[in-house]
Each structure stands twice: as C-alpha cells, then as structure tokens.
Write a protein that binds this ligand. Structure first.
Ligand code: SAM
Ligand code: SF4
Length: 326
C-alpha cells in the first residue's frame, strides 16, 4: 500500500505491553510508572486478527516491541499466530535482551526470523547506570545466543548520548568489525523521560560517521533485511556493518515504511504524530474485518510526510516511547 507521499508502507510495529523490567533513564522514570490495566490491552488473539487484517492492507513485516515484550506471557504463541498468516514474510523483535537468552529456542521454533538488541554501553557499570537495574553480561550472552541460532541479521541499537557513551563509538564499531553484527547508531530523540534529554546531548550521525571513518574505511553496504530508514556501511575487512538512524538530522522520513500499533490497539502513522485510531474500541463495537481494514488503509494514506520533533523540542511528547512502542 502506497501512502500519500509515495512511500510503500509494508511494516507494522506492534507494542504488546507498556511494561518493562528495566528503567532506562531516557525512557522511563524509576518509580511512579502508570501501567495499563490487563483489560485495556489487546489479547493475543485480537493482535493476531489485526495483523491478518493489516496483511490484507499490504503489511508484510511485523516487529514486536514494547515496553519489553518478553515480560508478557505467551509471546511464542503470538509469534506462531503471526507465522500462520501467509502474507507476513518477516517477524522480528526489538528487545533489551535481558530475558531473551532463556527463551531464544522457543521463539525461534515459533517462527521468529530475526532480532534487534538495544545496547547503549559495553561497560558493565555504565550499562547498569543507564538501565538502572540491568546486567550487561546477561545481554551479551543473549546476543551470542542469537548469533548461534543464526537469527540474522542480528542488529544492535545504540542510542548515542553525549557525555555518556560517545567515548564508546569506536568500541561499538569494533564489535561490528569483529562479529557479524549490525550496529545501528540512533540519534537521541526528545521522547520519553525528558528529564534526561537535552538538545546538547544529541550526537549527529555525521559526527559519529566522521569518528568511525578516522579508524575504518567505510564502504556502502548492500541493503540489509529490514533496513528501513537506516543507512548502512561495511567496515572494510570486517564481518558486520554499521548503520545510522538519523531522526534528528536527516535521511529518515522519506524512507519510512512503517506504522505502529500500541498495546491498547491504537494505530499511529508516525511515532511523533498525535493522531491515533482506536482499533480495540472498534472491535468492541463489532467492527467487521473490512471496516478494520479501512482503518488501516486510512492510517497508511494519511501518514504524515515527516515528523515534527525538531519543532518544539519535546512539547508534543504526550506519550512515551515505551507506551507507543519503540
Ligand atoms: N524494551 C525494548 C528495548 O529496549 O529494545 C523495546 C522498546 S524500547 C522503547 C525500543 C527502542 O527505543 C530502544 O532501542 C530504545 O533505546 C529506543 N529509545 C527509547 N527512547 C529513545 C529516545 N529518546 N531516543 C532514541 N531512542 C530511544
Ligand atoms: Fe525498557 Fe526498552 Fe524503555 Fe529501556 S528502552 S526502559 S528496556 S522499554
């Protein structure tokens, strides 16, 4: 399905919970998080029904996210439901990696194709500082497991924050050089717990690329499965790649191929657009598959041409990333 700006929208990101077992400083406050009640979120069968309908509206790729989706029970069952939808050819997860290690085989057997890990530091103390409660070694062994199970391409998402992890840029690049991992550097966005966000802490993709170019020769990479708006480069002689996700500087919205659904069944055309369509309410009112399909098509066609994060700097930040699904 092509939207009003000529983009082929074939990717649905689904948040299946707003809950999380970590408390990353830029994402969630440590205490006082208002959680959604169980009855207000979609059950697995409702999610599966909506994915089937989304597939009829042109969706081919699905990513499960959150919050941390692996804290929700029966994620493997949900993957099985989605695997049974013929049109869906790619199922992936974005995870903090804390629970994946013990669930990896089950998720792969259920039909998981690939996985992205969020990892903002490879120094144990810094990792614990940014996540408040996480352990680096657990995540590193989960990444090893994903590689062993060949859930390729295995991607690492690193949000760069000046003064926190800019000194690790070359270490992350080295990881992509030495291992078949695809490290994506994400510009820090004014969304989430804004107490931690500051405009001065954004490190642009260009700055990051210049630092890495001082050590490695960067070669344009072939398109990597699920690359979306990221731009990828191989490091000459290396095994993996690096990528840049640049929502704050450029090269992003014109290549955007996604829509998002929250755990309560709200459909959004853009992470930063306030407009939402209430699919759960529509289902409770007895909407037919065709009516729901029309709701998907309307959201796709009215997807905004670009986000407006650069205007107002966080003023529109009514929902947090863990509530929308990062
Ligand atoms: N809990 C899972 C995880 O951490 O991978 C999935 C949800 S999390 C909200 C998804 C992604 O959003 C993570 O990679 C996280 O680093 C990113 N994220 C959250 N807040 C962000 C911000 N203000 N700027 C850039 N990325 C952000
Ligand atoms: Fe949880 Fe992911 Fe947010 Fe960290 S970034 S608090 S792991 S939802």
């Amino acid at each position: 399905m092509v939207d009003n700006h000529g983009r082929n929208i074939n990717y649905l990101r689904i948040s299946i919970t707003d809950r999380c077992n970590l408390r990353c400083r830029y994402c969630m406050p440590y205490t006082g998080v208002e959680k959604l009640e169980h009855f207000s979120i979609l059950n697995l069968e409702e999610i599966a029904r909506l994915v089937r309908i989304a597939a009829q509206a042109g969706i081919r790729k699905v990513r499960l996210t959150g919050g941390e989706h692996l804290v929700r029970k029966n994620v493997a069952q949900l993957i099985r439901y989605i695997r049974d939808i013929e049109e869906i050819d790619d199922i992936s997860l974005t995870t903090n990696g804390t629970l994946f290690g013990s669930m990896a085989e089950e998720l792969k057997d259920a039909g998981l194709d690939r996985i992205n890990f969020s990892l903002d530091s490879m120094v144990a103390d810094k990792f614990q500082y940014i996540t408040r409660v996480g352990r680096l070694d657990t995540v590193m062994s989960a990444i090893d497991k994903a590689l062993r199970l060949e859930l390729h391409p295995v991607k690492i998402n690193t949000v760069l924050i000046r003064g926190f992890n800019d000194d690790e840029i070359l270490d992350f690049a080295a990881m992509a050089y030495e291992r078949p991992l695809h490290v994506r550097f994400i510009e820090f966005m004014p969304i989430g717990d804004l107490q931690f966000w500051d405009r001065g802490n954004i490190i642009s993709s260009q700055e990051t690329k210049d630092i890495i170019s001082g050590r490695y020769r960067l070669l344009d990479a072939k398109k990597i499965k699920g690359s979306g708006p990221a731009r990828y480069f191989n490091l000459e002689g290396g095994q993996g790649s690096i990528g840049f996700i640049s929502p704050m500087s450029n090269h992003f919205c014109s290549a955007c191929n996604r829509i998002r659904m929250t755990a309560e069944g709200k459909l959004r055309g853009c992470l930063y657009d306030k407009r939402e369509v209430d699919l759960k309410q529509a289902m409770e009112n007895g909407a037919s598959d065709e009516q729901l399909r029309q709701m998907f098509l309307e959201t796709i066609s009215s997807k905004p041409d670009k986000h407006h994060m650069n205007n107002g700097w966080g003023a529109d930040n009514r929902r947090k990333m863990y509530q929308i699904g990062g």
